[in-house]
Design a protein around this ligand. Structure first.
Ligand SMILES: *[C@@H]1O[C@H](CO)[C@@H](O)[C@H](O)[C@H]1NC(C)=O
Ligand SMILES: *[C@@H]1O[C@H](CO)[C@@H](O)[C@H](O)[C@H]1NC(C)=O
Length: 265
């Protein structure tokens, strides 16, 4: 088997590239440190439950039933210069659910809004609509140590049995009409109001990012060893073309794909 030095170099660069993709999802927040959240969110108290809600994106969710029919939430996520969102779903699907989405715009101003997620199209997900009855003046967005905190309170007897999470593409912030571009990654988790999350969040394809990457690496080596250098080179090119998230179901499309995205200001 003839493998040139430059090819081996290329391969090692490729493998290390696969491992560095997820290095941007570090958060300073965790369930073991509550100082930041208690200084930022007026309604937060130590009686909140806390979970590592979506570990591959370092989402942390704190929540509590703070009155008979009032539920209070604080979602924190690393700032990747993208929107972060949490949706409330009856069946685990994004369609016909309502979500709270927030981001910091280019002038570092925080935006937090409710969205109605009608279907996969961006134009079907209007801002300032949805079925969550929010407690007036409870919603807030804050940034602390490169972590975004989204806080809000909802009036409901029983929260929906599923939570969905989403994060936008790094650097791709919503424009002035507030419509959202397609997410970078998303996840669904079953939520039991009394005991908390039953199933942790997995990415929509059923593989976590870490597993997808290790699968790509295994595929890379599996092809490399038995087959000759030319085939390997071709396979590596195919793998490189296959973006890690390309099999993730599209759920918020760019308004550029559609014509009906009317600004709601
Ligand atoms: C939820 O909100 C959307 C948008 O505001 C609305 O069209 C829909 O009828 C609402 N659904 C329910 C069950 O209230
Ligand atoms: C709404 O929240 C802001 C900031 O916490 C506070 O200054 C203001 O007094 C609140 N308004 C009402 C009506 O509670």
């Amino acid at each position: 088997m003839k493998l040139s030095v430059s090819f081996l170099l290329f391969l090692s660069l490729f493998v290390s590239f696969l491992f560095t993709i997820r290095a941007d999802t570090k958060s300073t927040d965790s369930c073991s440190s509550n100082e930041a959240v208690s200084s930022l969110v007026p309604f937060y108290s130590s009686s909140f439950h806390c979970l590592s809600a979506w570990s591959s994106q370092s989402f942390v969710l704190r929540y509590a039933r703070t009155d008979t029919n009032k539920w209070s939430y604080v979602l924190s996520a690393p700032d990747t210069n993208a929107y972060v969102g949490i949706g409330f779903s009856h069946d685990g699907d994004m369609e016909e659910s309502s979500a709270m989405v927030g981001w910091f715009d280019s002038s570092s101003k925080g935006v937090i809004k409710q969205y109605y997620l009608g279907d996969m199209e961006s134009s079907a997900c209007p801002p300032d609509q949805g079925n969550l009855t929010l407690v007036k003046n409870s919603t807030l967005i804050a940034m602390h140590s490169s972590t975004i905190y989204l806080a809000f309170e909802v009036i409901t007897d029983q929260p929906t049995p599923y939570l969905i999470y989403a994060v936008g593409h790094p650097g791709d912030l919503p424009s002035s009409n507030y419509y959202l571009d397609e997410h970078h990654d998303r996840a669904t988790a079953k939520f039991d109001a009394n005991s908390g999350i039953i199933n942790g969040a997995g990415s929509s394809s059923g593989f976590t990012k870490a597993r997808k990457h290790s699968l790509l690496v295994i595929l890379g080596w599996g092809l490399l060893i038995p087959i000759g250098a030319i085939t390997t080179r071709m396979s590596i090119i195919c793998l490189a073309k296959r973006r890690p998230y390309s099999d993730t179901k599209s759920y918020l499309r760019s308004p550029k794909d559609t014509t009906q995205a009317t600004p709601i200001l």
